[in-house]
Design a protein around this ligand. Structure first.
Ligand SMILES: C[S@@+](CC[C@H](N)C(=O)[O-])C[C@H]1O[C@@H](n2cnc3c(N)ncnc32)[C@H](O)[C@@H]1O
Length: 187
């Protein structure tokens, strides 16, 4: 269960958050909307990120927040569930963000191998990242690029949490969702 910090401010994408919660219950999937979309939008703005990569689109809630936070940014987001891809594309179009948000249908491994390096900001929100996901993300981030990694309290997240604590490679702080989501800079 994700923390819900939406009470900290209004949420322009609250309807997508609620739709994602309803969808998950009916679909029996793992589409938990991230609890702090506003923080993602603020980090997209604060980093001045022109290119943003997201792993785990679900119905597009956080893709919309990332694009909304920084009107100069383009977002590439990856999702393998065809129904999530369909609903996310619809929600992103309805939000008027289709020109800056691209939903890539496929698994993380398949799609990451097709992307150009040089991302300023990456957000991982597909269960917990594996060490392989972390290596692939590092290769796609520019030097001093920022990685936001969710779900690091899950068992599978432990190895990656340890890797993100390696200060020769990452500067990391457990900034979001009570520490279960970290923010790191690639050294
Ligand atoms: C927790 S949800 C993402 C929530 C979304 N960021 C939000 O806040 O609304 C995780 C999503 O990642 C997708 N996913 C999980 N593993 C994946 C993989 N290996 N490749 C592609 N998509 C994956 C799932 O289908 C699911 O929609």
């Amino acid at each position: 269960m994700k923390a819900d910090n939406r009470q900290l401010g209004s949420d322009p994408f609250g309807a997508i958050y609620d739709q994602t919660d309803r969808h998950r219950r009916q679909h029996g999937c793992w589409a938990y909307p991230f609890g702090d979309g506003r923080a993602l939008g603020t980090l997209a703005a604060a980093t001045g990120a022109a290119r943003i990569l997201e792993l785990g689109t679900a119905l597009g809630y956080t893709s919309c927040w990332l694009a909304y936070g920084n009107p100069m940014a383009r977002v590439d987001t990856i999702e393998r569930d065809p129904e999530h891809v369909r609903l996310a594309r619809q929600n992103i179009a309805d939000a008027g963000l289709s020109d800056r948000v691209t939903v890539h249908a496929g698994s993380f491994d398949e799609v990451l191998a097709t992307l150009e390096p040089g991302y300023d900001l990456a957000f991982f929100d597909g269960y917990a990242p594996t060490p392989g996901d972390l290596d692939a993300l590092r290769a796609l981030l520019r030097p001093r690029g920022v990685l936001i990694a969710a779900n690091l309290d899950l068992d599978r997240g432990r190895t990656v949490r340890a890797a993100l604590a390696d200060e020769a490679r990452w500067l990391t702080a457990p900034l979001l969702e009570g520490g279960r989501t970290t923010v790191s800079v690639a050294i």
